[in-house]
Write a protein of this length. Structure first.
Length: 118
């Protein structure tokens, strides 16, 4: 089963040096997962100041700058992993380098047969 691990943390707490170090550690972690057949995808996100939100309201498309909700922690990146069950997903997610700076939300993905395979 595939799980998405969403990384949330306070953007302002990470300076550029910490970010660069985390990127390097995350790339190595992704390589290790790939070697074990557990890696699907991963990526850091640009700061929320670069975000654009899109909503549909009464047949109109509304586009606004920034994230939809104001929160203490912001979505900063993700990993999509293969795991046999939630316990294995938790074990893998607990080792994601970016998780040291905030929260890792683990969610099982719904397999849709008609979607193209990666």
């Amino acid at each position: 089963m595939q799980y998405m691990c969403l990384l949330y943390f306070e953007e302002v707490q990470l300076d550029q040096g910490v970010r660069e170090s985390c990127y390097e550690e995350s790339a190595k972690f992704a390589q290790d997962l790939h070697a074990k057949g557990k890696f699907v995808a991963a990526g850091p996100l640009q700061p929320t100041s670069t975000a654009t939100s899109l909503r549909h309201d009464n047949g109109k498309t509304l586009v606004t700058d920034g994230p939809f909700a104001e929160t203490r922690e912001q979505l900063g990146g993700f990993f999509i992993i293969n795991a046999k069950d939630l316990d294995e997903a938790i074990s893998i997610a607990s080792k994601i380098p970016g998780g040291r700076y905030g929260t890792v939300e683990i969610r099982p993905m719904i397999e849709v047969a008609s979607l193209p395979k990666v």
